[in-house]
Design a protein. Sequence first.
Length: 292
Amino acid sequence: MPRGKGALQRAGRAAAVAAMVVVGLSACSLGTSDAGGTAAVGGDTGAPSTASVRAVSPASGSVKGGTSVTLSGTGLSQVRSVRIGGTVVTASAHADSVTFTTPSAAAFVPATDAVVLRNGSGAAVGRTTYRYRTVDGVDRELAYVLKYWKHYNPAYEALTDNDCVDFTSQALLQRGWHQQGDWTHADAVLDSGLAWRSSTAFRDFMEEHPELGTALTDQQRSKVKLGDVVQFDWDRSGDRDHTGVVTRITRSRSGHIEIYFAGHTNDSDYRSVDTAITKDHPGGLAYYWSLK
């Protein structure tokens, strides 16, 4: 056989083998994706397994969070955390169920949020939805302070440079409180009762009405709830100098509880109590009213 013809045949066979290898590699790397973009199980792709959610119970709950939710379905044992809205929370998983506790809704506003199931690597393996709704007066109170902490409600005249109790009182009306005694509002804010606009007078009012709430010290943070009232004595004089509404409570792995609040006068939505009494007013004291 002529040398030129043999060389062409050998080159043709090599090209055919190379094509078969390429096709084989392509077939191994092919995969399908679900609607959420997660690769389906198969081959040695290293892609996360998909989880399927059939039911969410309960399917809705309070905007302040704290609802224990159970997802039922298949392939759920791989789930280690859940991202709901923009918050990631840990989850307890079994083969056919996942349980987690809802965080609060953004700004305590009702919404339907995506729930993304994540494995130990943080990859999304499934998804569903959860609906936040307003269920009680505390929800209305929290939504009010997050709505008006910066852009004041034009329906109320503000106390210049000292509007903290006036704002807290407005929020407590949303909670369902009824005006009484020295805790009353007037269109001209200076005509309002003293307990409506003075932190110390508000403390005195609360002491006279134990049916509304229980006094707590800063050493009793474990009893504080969202929507409770926080008060401060900046200079340890015995008076109360500032008042706000608790909007966030976090617990570190070491067990430390940090509390945040919203308020007017140094307007804030999530101001840290720790920062307020150590950096802003070193040596200040914090107190709380656990509301009923």
